[in-house]
Design a protein around this ligand. Sequence first.
Ligand SMILES: C=CC1=C(C)c2cc3[nH]c(cc4nc(cc5[nH]c(cc1n2)c(C)c5CCC(=O)O)C(CCC(=O)O)=C4C)c(C)c3C=C
Ligand SMILES: [Fe+2]
Ligand SMILES: [Fe+2]
Length: 364
Amino acid sequence: MLPRLGRAIVMLNMGGPSTVPETHDFLKNLFSDGDLIPLPFQSFLAPWIARRRTPQIEKQYEDIGGGSPILKYTRLQGERMAALLDELNPSTAPHKAYVAFRYAKPLTDETAIEMKKDGVKRAVAFTQYPQYSCSTTGSSLNGLFRKGKTGTFGDAVEWSVIDRWGTNPGFIEAVSQNIERALAKFDEASRSDVVLLFSAHSLPMSVVNRGDPYVLEVSASVAAVMDRLKHSNPYRLVWQSQVGPSAWMGMQTGEALKGLARLGRKKVVLVPIAFTSDHIETLYELDLEYAKEAREHGIEVHRAESLNDSPVFIRALADLAASHLREYSAGDIGPTTVQLGLRCPGCTNATCEQQKSWFARGGR
Ligand SMILES: C=CC1=C(C)c2cc3[nH]c(cc4nc(cc5[nH]c(cc1n2)c(C)c5CCC(=O)O)C(CCC(=O)O)=C4C)c(C)c3C=C
Ligand SMILES: [Fe+2]
Ligand SMILES: [Fe+2]
């Protein structure tokens, strides 16, 4: 049971199957989410697509060691962040981190029950996606709002929100240090020729074209990292993990690697920039598929490690949460956002607007 003045920090993310047999339920939840993938006849189509896709995706999770490590790392990051927060902000201690995933256990419902049992009165919804997209953080906040307004967390919880932090100095420092470690694997004489290929999960063009800020915010992260590295190397931002036949943001990571080989650029560091721990896209797509393909094209390729248990990154999470708790009250969104109350100009999802006014009232 948290004492009255304790603070709950709720780490929001999509989640992933911790074991291979959980893959089907993960995919079913994912394809059922109209905020991520709006489908006609969603409640019929989602289970059908999930069933068809399960064997292929199960194989990928088998190949990366039997599941997604996202829960392991989110718990570790949360526990270490909370311990640091107790030191940084004794006036709001004790702090306790909760995990609320959108498509895998622990789902928001389960977390809500735990928070209710703990008697939480004041909570921070802390997105673990550094850059904002309506289809990721937006979906998590919509999910939290749907549960919150029916009292699933208890009647008296007051909320505030950290909804994006893609240019946070600690985050940028942690990514930059991992790039420097990858660069150190190349021979010193040709190190400045290495191309830094920042790779982020792509977004359907239909989402980009309705004014979603994700592409801009990922680009801002890349620009901040390059400033920190004093533009030591040539670089590009490319996009991976397209699903289905519609148009997605490009250029694709795989195509970029082939193009670089054609140009005679044979040294590359792959940098995951839009996710904070290892998952199928780093361990399978980047490490097993693209790196292998690149080597076949004669490219020497190393990947910057994901942030995972990076102490610099965990300190950044704690600093972010500490300044949020010091400077913001229930009903506030910050520190990075200046978009309170605004939704994407082309957004027609009514829940997005309701959710934002609900949080602006502190979750009342
Ligand atoms: C910032 C990260 C992500 C964005 C943006 C994003 C958008 C997005 N994703 C899909 C469809 C799928 N994504 C899937 C897996 C998956 N997606 C992300 C991150 C972002 N997605 C991650 C980290 C993962 C893997 C989780 C893990 O391994 O731990 C999948 C399932 C895998 C598959 O079937 O290929 C789908 C489907 C859409 C449609 C979308 C934008 C609207
Ligand atoms: Fe929206
Ligand atoms: Fe995705």
